[in-house]
Design a protein around this ligand. Structure first.
Ligand SMILES: Nc1ncnc2c1ncn2[C@@H]1O[C@H](COP(=O)(O)OP(=O)(O)OP(=O)(O)O)[C@@H](O)[C@H]1O
Length: 301
């Protein structure tokens, strides 16, 4: 669906290398998170796909069309939701979406626009000037604008930044529905829980390079070889009595909870070691690392 090879971008005149030899293949129907710190190169990549920034080297095909030779065709396949909310216009919402449809030769898609306005909670604002929308409404308007031509791929550059929590969850539901209906989605975000909740693949960019690209479950699996295990007892514990567990870094919380860091393969052994000491626990919890921990450990590696 999207094929990026040897993609590089150097901004002149400072010769800032924003992307360094990027390779990325996105299959139809994937929901991919593109993560990276400020300045990692995410927006540059999206702007290249949108045709707003010229690449320095490499090849991009979108839905089989080469971006260099078939720019117009690529625009029909992809919908881009830009990061900035500086989008300003004195035109009304509905009229702008209608005009946007016109660019793609879609003249009778009033029903699609109505549906989008409804799903994005903008129906009441259909006749308002875009300038009068709040930041969060503008974001939703930009999503509608990217979708009026029913693109097969939707790319969103931090769609939920500055959007309140309730509306963020509404957007998650909207994106999940869109994905279920077959749209391929690429999402950049700084909210790791967003990637965790929505995406099935995680690509991490650092200083213009892809440093991780894996199915989310695989990435988490690779990093979750060690888990935190917490045993709850109904009597008070002494750290000195836990020396037999020293290799698992024992810690006592609120006198009755014992926390250990245990490689997964040692879990049965640890339970056995505790049972052998006649320490009957009343509850047991296992905490796997979160995507956030994995992300931080990768970019600081
Ligand atoms: N027009 C430009 N001219 C020169 N340098 C630029 C330009 N646009 C971006 N850069 C630089 O390229 C690098 C990548 O920037 P980019 O905006 O792609 O990062 P990002 O990952 O989207 O960051 P953020 O999370 O802050 O949006 C940064 O060092 C940035 O300063």
């Amino acid at each position: 669906m999207l094929n990026i090879s040897n993609l590089s971008k150097t901004y002149l005149p400072e010769k800032k290398e924003a992307l360094k030899n990027i390779h990325l293949q996105i299959q139809k129907g994937e929901f991919t998170a593109l993560l990276g710190q400020n300045g990692a190169g995410k927006t540059t990549l999206i702007n290249i796909l949108a045709g707003n920034v010229l690449k320095t080297a490499g090849m991009v095909t979108i839905g089989g069309y080469n971006l260099d030779t078939h720019a117009l065709e690529t625009k029909r396949i992809i919908g881009i939701v830009p990061q900035e909310t500086g989008y300003d216009s004195t035109f009304p919402v509905y009229e702008t979406l209608k005009k946007q449809s016109g660019y793609f030769g879609m003249r009778h898609n009033g029903a699609t626009i109505d549906e989008l306005l409804e799903a994005l909670y903008l129906t009441e604002k259909r006749n308002s000037n875009i300038r009068e929308l709040s930041g969060g409404m503008k974001k939703r308007f930009l999503i509608a604008k990217a979708l009026v031509h029913r693109p097969k791929i939707l790319v969103l550059d931090e769609p939920t930044a500055g959007v309140d929590i309730e509306m963020r969850h509404t957007l998650y539901d909207f994106l999940l529905r869109l994905h279920q209906e077959g749209t391929t989605i690429i999402l950049t975000t700084h909210y790791i829980e967003e990637a965790e909740k929505l995406c099935d693949r995680v690509v991490i960019i650092d200083s213009g390079r892809i440093i991780a690209d894996e199915p989310k479950t695989q990435l988490m699996e690779n990093f979750s070889r060690e888990v935190t295990v917490e045993f709850q007892f109904d009597f008070e514990l002494e750290l000195a009595d836990m020396a037999f567990l020293n290799m698992y870094h024992p810690q006592i919380e609120e006198k009755t909870r014992l926390q250990l860091r245990v490689p997964k393969k040692d879990l049965p052994k640890v339970v056995h070691m505790i049972a052998q000491k006649n320490m009957a626990f009343v509850d047991l919890g296992i905490e796997k690392p979160k995507l956030e921990d994995i992300y931080l450990s990768l970019i600081h590696r």
